[in-house]
Design a protein around this ligand. Sequence first.
Ligand code: AMP
Length: 481
Amino acid sequence: MSTTFESFGLAEPILRAVTELGYREPTPIQAQAIPIVLQGRDVMGAAQTGTGKTAGFALPILQRLMQHANTSASPARHPVRALILAPTRELADQIYANVRDYAKHTGLRAAVVCGGVDIAPQIAALRRGCEVLIATPGRLLDHVGQKTVNLGQAEMLVLDEADRMLDMGFLPDIQRIIRLLPEQRQNLMFSATFSGDIRKLAETFLNDPVSIEVARRNAAAENVEQLVYRVAGADAKRAAVAQLVRQRQISQVIVFTNTKIGAGRLARQLEKEGLNADAIHGDKSQQERLATLDKFKRGETTILVATDVAARGLDIAELPAVINYDLPYSPEDYIHRIGRTGRAGASGLALSLMTGDDERLLADIEKLLKRKLPAESLAVDLPVAEAGVRERRERRGRDEADAGAAPARRRRRETEGHLPKATGYSNDPFFYKPYEPEVSAVTADTADSSVDSASSRSSITGARRTARPVPALLGGIKKSS
Ligand code: AMP
């Protein structure tokens, strides 16, 4: 595994950018994807965000576009040649930030268009011209409708987190967008899972694709201590969060809830109890969310309460702890969540709260982890001056309705505003079998080791800042090797 970025034959301006970012070696997904994308082949990639996937497609895309690089000020000389579709604003923004970094010295231009933010600056950026356009589907179609974008010269299409896009009801939009593109083009699709719908979509638009897969993540990162606390009832959970943060002197933590209403309310309640808390979820504007995120990253907020969708793709990692206020509906999300904590050489803490109603959710997680999680009862002191039981019941009822009953249209509208996914992947049978260690990529004892992409997510995000050696951190390579 001694692939280097130089060995791909990438142009000097691209290599320079990669070096400046502190990337020393390609991650496993990059080592696999870059040569194939450079050949012009279609790709179906099984890889999650956090594996270095973005550079895996963006670097070869830029390389292939280098022939078009020019310094002309004329927008006509900068048509959209590569379109990258992502499910959420945060992911789109993140991809854009990465592409801009990678393209910095190339003369190629990138732009991002996504919902929930002012359309005018996007129109201005599109008018200036961009070779690489990153977009969420709904807003892209708005631009198509307003004729502020022309996709007639797109040579490459990337569907990132395709499973999420389908989950969020974007299939019709994606199909419309595909019809707007020239038939002759290279297609790349990345998805964490491959359900029947994803395969169907792949069949409709991928042309003899090469399948790429990196070692699947496995949640049992050895450096993350996982504990489950049984609490008496739903009301005790909030008190439990405050108690655990204080008792364990947790300096910073993301607390995951299953609903956006629950997230906002929990943050407010924790604040009332004198803790420094904020929430990030789909009801907040993009500006508010970015501000919330910045504050948290600067360490000015102790507790960030988040829903899975709002937190997904965010460049937050290497936290000392995460708390699952609600056990996730999908064991897959549990792995995403705990991947935020723990890093090479440092221990992380993943605490989960559960009530008697959550036994099945815990069983699903343990099935995926292939082991039991230590669980103990937690006695909590409930504050007396609390809302009445009935009122709480009613609120809880509303939360559940919010989680379960989002009609497709609302989901689509709010997707670009990040409505938390209501039921996770619990209906997707794939999730009950997906995390078998890949024999080729993961040796027997790594099934329980830290070489999963979830934990590597936290690691490589940090690697960008600290330039930590990559092979020890990224999926597929054993730390000791
Ligand atoms: P991604 O999966 O594309 O979201 O990437 C996750 C994080 O890993 C980002 O912060 C990237 O900047 C970083 N990263 C990507 N490739 C490498 C690499 N080869 N070496 C170190 N960090 C990387």
